[in-house]
Each structure stands twice: as C-alpha cells, then as structure tokens.
Design a protein around this ligand. Sequence first.
Ligand SMILES: Cc1cc2nc3c(=O)[nH]c(=O)nc-3n(C[C@H](O)[C@H](O)[C@H](O)COP(=O)(O)OP(=O)(O)OC[C@H]3O[C@@H](n4cnc5c(N)ncnc54)[C@H](O)[C@@H]3O)c2cc1C
Length: 467
Amino acid sequence: MTGAAKRFAQISTASPVKPPTRSLRRAVVLGGSMAGLTAARVLSDHADEVLVVERDESAGEGPRPGVPQGSQVHALLPAGAVQLERWFPGFVDEAVAAGAVTLPPDGARVQLWVNGDLRPNAPAERDVPVLVTTRPFLENLVRARTLALPNVTQVPGRAWGLEFSGSRVTGARYTRDGDTELVEADLVVDATGRASRLGDWLEEAGWERPPMRRMPIKLNYATALFAYDETVSDQWSVISQSGAAFTPDGRARIGGVLRVEGNRWIMLVSGYADDRPSSDPSEFRTRCKRDFPDVFGAIAEKARMLSDVVTYHQADSRRRDFHAVTRFPAGLVAVGDAVASFNPVYGQGMTSAALHASCLSHYLMSSPDHNHPATEYFQLTRVVVDAAWQLSTFADLELPHVNGPYPPAYRMIRWLSGKIFQASLTDPSVNQRLARTTTMLAHPNTLATPTTLARALWRTTVRRPSE
Ligand SMILES: Cc1cc2nc3c(=O)[nH]c(=O)nc-3n(C[C@H](O)[C@H](O)[C@H](O)COP(=O)(O)OP(=O)(O)OC[C@H]3O[C@@H](n4cnc5c(N)ncnc54)[C@H](O)[C@@H]3O)c2cc1C
C-alpha cells in the first residue's frame, strides 16, 4: 500500500477510540450540519465544553434553509455508515428502528446500470452496513445523538468572524437575536459548508486565504418522492449512469431511485450544462421514461408522487487547500464542505465529513500543542480530500463540457482505469476492489497494486471477457 492508502486505512478505521484526557476547555463549531455535528461528537472527548453555533433555529422533518441540498437524493456510502457507527455506537440499529432502509446483503433489489448495461453486484461486505434514508432524517439522527452528549450544546446564531490574539484564534463572533456574541474558545471549527467565508475572515485579519481549486461541472438535479408500491416495482436501489458516448443525444446522465424511510422512494434525474431538468412533474416523468432503465419510468408513471419536483444546480467541485497555506493561526480547523465539496453524483460529501471528524480525532489523540497551527490535521484531511477528489474529478474529465484541470499522467491512468473497469465486469475480485474505492472504504491508490493491475490486464487482454 502507498503512504496515502495506509493513512487512509487508519483514518477510515471502524475501531472505537479510547476516551482521552481532555486537553481543551471550550471548542466552538460553526455550523451544525453533518460535518459540524460529527466534529462536535469527536470534540466532546477532548473538550470540557463544545458549543455548536448554527444559523437555522430548528430542524424539522424536512429539509431546512441552511442545507438547501437537503431535498435531493443523499446516499450515505458504506464508509460513512462505518464512521457514524463508530462515533455513535448502535447508530445503524437506531436508524433502522426509526425507519431507515438497509439494503439486502445478497444484492437483491439493488441494481447498478452503467452505460446501459446492468453491472454485476459486488458482494456486500460483512460488518459494513448500507443505510438508505433521506438527508434530513439522517442528519436529525446525528444531531439527536450529538446533542444528547452532556457537554455539547447548540445555539442559534449566524457566525460572522473570528477573534484573534497574537498567532492564534481565540474565539468566534456570531449574531443571535440581533445581538452580537463573542464566544472564547481554545479551538474553533469551521463547518459552515461550501460557501464558507473563512478565507475572507483570515485575509481580513492579515492571514493567508487557503488556495481554492475548482472543477466546473455544471450539474443539474431534479428530485421527487413517491409512495413505495410493490405492485409497481420491488427495487430498493437503482442507480443508472451513462457517459455522453452511450446516450442517443450525446449527454451524460445519472439517475437514482432509492427506497427510504416512510415507505417511499426518492427519485433523481440529472443532467449537465444546458441539460437542465425543470420542476415540471410531466417533464420529470418524460425524462424518467426516456433517459433511464424501465423501472424509473414505471415508478414515475404508476406510483403516487408525494412531493414537488425540486431542482438544484451545482456549478463546480471545489477544494480549499489548507495544507498548502504557509501562515495559519493556531486554534482553527475546518471540516466537511468548507474544505472540499465534490460532484454529488458520487455520494462522497457526508462520508468525507465523517472522515474529517476521524482526522480530527487522530490529530487530537496525538496530544498536539494547541499553540501551534493544526498542520498535522490538515495533512490528514488532505489524504481524505485527495482520495475523493481523485475519483470524482477523474471521472468528470470524461464529461464533454469539462476541460480540466488534468492530473499528471492522465492518459496512462485513464487507460489503466478503463482496463480495471472492464475487468470488474467479469472478475469478482477486481469488482470488489473497485467497489471498495468507490464506496470510500479504501483509497483509490489501492487499485494501483501489481496484483490488481496484472489481473485487470490479464482479464481484458489475454483472456477474452466471454471466457
Ligand atoms: C444536490 C446535492 C446532492 C448531494 N448528494 C449527496 C449524496 O448522495 N451523498 C453524500 O454523502 N453527499 C451528498 N451531497 C453533499 C452533502 O450535502 C455535503 O457534502 C454535506 O452536507 C456536507 O456537510 P457540511 O456539514 O460540511 O455542510 P452543509 O451540510 O452544507 O452544512 C453547513 C451548515 O452550516 C450552517 N451555516 C452556514 N453558514 C453559517 C453561519 N455563518 N453561521 C452559522 N451556521 C452557518 C448551515 O445552516 C448548515 O447547517 C450532495 C450535495 C448536493 C448539493
């Protein structure tokens, strides 16, 4: 395994953490969504008091204004479920008791279509749960478990700046009911999502803004909920992705239908660039029938639509390279989308957020000097970001409207990944290894081993796939 792959394996471990001696008096987390809440859970082991500042007053059953993407399909990758179970023991059982769907381990009722072909299912891994829910349902469970911790509190407020003293951050400022509050902290965590203003706050105070890398993806989503109806279909998870070369109109598309809590399906259709699904239900049905396997059309036509069709546009994948900053204050870290946000079709966001929490735990368990910048934390986070970025941006380079940036040795990697993908269709072992990387259970570099590469080449070159 490469260094990055080894580091990734340590970060993504399922092993519980032995509660350490607390080294922080107060930690403040700005933003109380998936990243902020899981970070708060980790911090509860290390700080006497953890305060979460969240601009949304309360969270109900449905999507909330601070997380506008919450009405869209949100698949939790297996690595994310492993981390949630790690930080909140019993989480999976609790989620299932509350209505979450777990996919059958034998792969029944699950379909993955790639470029119009039904792919063989990779065998499910023992001890790796697959939870399927809507986004607000999952987030509410995480919030309930986090706020049940005796030293974690959430307050409503809009964070707007940091307090600095010398070479460190000493607190955060936020507005609550029109009043400005200053809360002092030994550690401030930015978890305000992809529109984070942390760079502005740092620059205004004379510090360096983390450089941002973007890949324009111009992704358009439309999602609706349907009543689950076995007379229409017994499928629980169907994902269909087709590259531009495989659709009649030359447009890449991804669609998904997942059975979720409340005996419902949530169904997504998507397009890129000027291929923009609207919120018109009849257009949604047309797209389901025209662009995706039959089950999409059947559900869209025959099952009862329970919601409006809700659209969402995401312009780019972006990452803020905190590890590349040379002058950074002590007492400050960032997690989740505030660090990196990817093309959502790969389902990496919530799992990345949970893995950032694990990075925070690793960093704090190493008894760092809190008077120094959290450089080691950002080096760990980089491993997780690189892994997700590598997979998603590499795949997005296949999109006709995406023109880079290209990684070094792009052509060679593309050729080899093509072989691995092709081999995975007939070789269960290659399929399993590939699935471990796309579900973030393993770093993508684990595919670059001589054994996997030789196997892929042998399967696709020496042995004909039909043998
Ligand atoms: C269309 C779409 C589909 C997606 N699908 C998936 C998927 O299938 N699987 C997956 O894993 N991920 C998916 N994602 C990504 C996922 O939504 C994010 O990665 C995840 O929500 C990141 O969590 P976060 O806590 O970092 O940020 P967010 O969830 O965006 O939360 C930021 C929080 O900060 C709060 N906040 C913001 N500013 C302030 C402020 N100034 N003061 C106080 N609070 C503030 C907000 O109210 C919010 O609660 C999808 C994203 C999109 C856009």
